[in-house]
Design a binder for this molecule. Structure first.
Ligand code: UFG
Length: 336
């Protein structure tokens, strides 16, 4: 199939392009490089030895998006492009609502106009809010603590209504847990600008000497070792989940968790990193981060049952590949 991947130069998008191309699909990337780099597309061509048409466009621009649909016979859309920083979304909520929702509407309208009937959306486990674990797709979403999370819940709702009105449409709403790690080549991975918000890039930058020590947010949670618990998933497993989804989705709108089903605490992840790479991670405990929940992990059985996908890589693989990427990738300036 020819798959339009919006945000295809981003962290999860780029790994998904590799997995799609590996499985014989063709990929067209639309990205405005707001939070990604053009050089990543070159690296994708290098990793896969495949042609990848690239459109440098903002996906909120309807005529620019229509142009892509008119120039290619597109069979499916995977929509990653979106703003994703929880803290930033509290500072500039309108920017988040505008970008994340308008881009989804624009793509849905173009899909309708050009009769493209497969649509995969990047959602997030954040829509479960502070539900009981494990999070199951049948649970009612709860209000999230931030505009970013709300945009994910709203886009799910928009696509659900879109599919109800268009019986030919197949929509997969993929709720990601905590993607970490990198492609085994070390050429693509997570490269946040500035000080990272997420745990794994913070750890790699501490070990690299770019940051002094890891601040563990809270050691008073009701968890196995009092630190926060998350379902970390290797980004390549997550990418393969998208290929399974685009290949197998049925008519209608369907929600799938993409997680491993295992909870790992912050301290366990630190220990796994030390074991995988033979390096100490200096850390200290600080107070909880506002908005964080104690425990989050998936019931990952639905994706396995319905499209045969399951995460194969463990936390040691994630830590090894994240560190390999940090060591291989050049400094931001050289990289751009
Ligand atoms: N943590 C630290 N120190 C840090 C960063 C994180 O102790 O410097 C802790 C957090 O408190 C949490 C865990 O590490 O317990 C994971 O934190 P992340 O920031 O890496 O990830 P979150 O679980 O907070 O959020 C991630 C994505 C969101 C997404 C959510 C879905 O960033 O976009 O997973 O569950 F919505």
């Amino acid at each position: 199939m020819n798959i339009l991947v919006t945000g295809g130069a981003g962290y999860i998008g780029s790994h998904t392009c590799v997995s799609l191309l590996d499985k014989g699909h063709k990929v067209i990337i639309a990205d405005n490089f707001y939070n990604s780099r053009k050089s990543t597309v070159k690296l994708l061509r290098q990793i896969t030895s495949k042609e990848i048409p690239l459109y440098q466009v903002d996906v909120t621009n309807q005529s620019a998006v229509n142009k892509i649909f008119s120039e290619h016979q597109i069979d499916g859309v995977i929509h990653f492009a979106g703003y994703k920083a929880v803290g930033e979304s509290l500072e500039v909520p309108l920017t988040y609502y505008w970008n994340n929702i308008i881009s989804t509407l624009v793509l849905a309208k173009a899909s309708r106009k050009y009769d493209v009937n497969r649509f995969v959306f990047s959602s997030s486990a954040t829509v479960y809010g502070d539900n009981e674990v494990p999070f199951v797709e049948t649970m009612n979403p709860l209000p999230t603590t931030n505009p970013y999370g709300e945009t994910k819940a709203m886009c799910e709702r928009i696509l659900l209504d879109f599919s109800r009105a268009n019986p030919k449409l197949s929509v997969a709403l993929l709720r990601y847990f905590n993607p970490v790690g990198a492609h085994e080549s070390g050429l693509i991975g997570e490269k946040p600008d500035g000080v990272p918000n997420n745990l794994m890039p913070y750890i790699t930058q501490v070990v690299k000497g770019k940051l002094e020590k890891l601040k563990i947010f809270g050691n008073d949670y009701p968890t196995k070792d009092a630190t926060g618990v998350r379902d970390y998933i290797h980004v390549v497993d997550l990418a393969e989940g998208h290929v399974s989804a685009i290949d197998h989705i049925q008519k209608g709108a369907h929600v799938y968790n993409l997680g491993t089903g295992r909870g790992t605490s912050v301290l366990e992840l630190v220990k796994a990193f030390e074991k995988a790479n033979g390096i100490k991670v200096p850390y200290e405990f600080v107070s909880r981060r506002p908005g964080d929940i104690a425990i989050c992990y998936a019931d990952a059985s639905k994706a396995k049952r319905e499209f045969g996908w399951t995460a194969k890589r463990d936390v040691i693989d994630m830590c090894r590949d994240a560190w390999n990427f940090e060591n291989q990738s050049k400094s931001l300036v050289e990289y751009k």
